[in-house]
Design a protein around this ligand. Structure first.
Ligand code: FES
Length: 154
C-alpha cells in the first residue's frame, strides 16, 4: 500500500492503495466517480476513457501511480444535468445512446478531438473514435452528435 496523490477534476485527492491498481478502480471505487465504465478491462473498448493532461487515456490500463501529479478529468467534469456540456447536450439531442454504456468513452474522446480540432470532418470524427466500441450500433448518431456539438461552438 502507498499514499497516492491525484488531481481529479481540479481537486487534489489522496488515496491509500496498491500503486499498481488500475486508475479506473480508484476513480470508481475510492473516489465514487462512475462516469468511466469497466467494459473490457483490457484497453480495447474505450468505456473507461478519461482525459489525462489533455489526452484520452484508458483508465483500466494505466496504474494509479503513473498518473500522480497529472491533471485527470472524468466525465463528471464536463457538465451537469442542469447545465450539460455542449457535447452532452448534442448527444441527448441526437439520441445518440441506446444502452449508453459506451457513452463515457464516446464523449471523452470527442472532447479531446474537439479541443484539438474544433471543426472536424465526419471522416476525422470516425478516425478519432475508431477504437471506441459501441455494441448497439449507434455510431452514426454519435458522429452526428459530435458534428452538432462542433457546430454549437461559439
Ligand atoms: Fe478500459 Fe475497455 S474497460 S478499454
Amino acid at each position: 500500500m502507498a499514499r497516492i496523490a491525484l488531481t481529479v477534476n481540479g481537486t487534489s485527492q489522496v488515496v491509500d492503495t496498491d500503486p499498481t491498481t488500475p486508475l479506473l478502480y480508484v476513480l470508481r471505487n475510492d473516489l465514487g466517480l462512475h462516469g468511466p465504465k469497466f467494459g473490457c478491462g483490457l484497453g480495447q473498448c474505450g468505456a473507461c476513457t478519461v482525459i489525462v493532461d489533455g489526452s484520452a487515456v484508458r483508465s483500466c490500463s494505466v496504474t494509479v501511480s503513473s498518473v500522480q501529479n497529472r491533471a485527470i478529468a472524468t466525465l463528471e467534469s464536463l457538465g451537469t444535468v442542469a447545465k450539460p456540456h455542449r457535447l452532452q447536450k448534442a448527444f441527448i439531442d441526437e439520441q445518440a445512446a441506446q444502452c449508453g454504456y459506451c457513452m463515457n468513452g464516446m464523449i471523452m474522446n470527442a472532447k479531446v478531438l474537439l479541443d484539438r480540432n474544433p471543426n472536424p470532418t465526419a471522416a476525422e470524427i470516425k478516425r478519432a473514435l475508431n477504437d471506441t466500441l459501441c455494441r448497439c450500433g449507434s455510431h452514426l448518431r454519435v458522429v452526428r452528435a459530435i458534428q452538432r456539438a462542433a457546430g454549437a461552438r461559439s
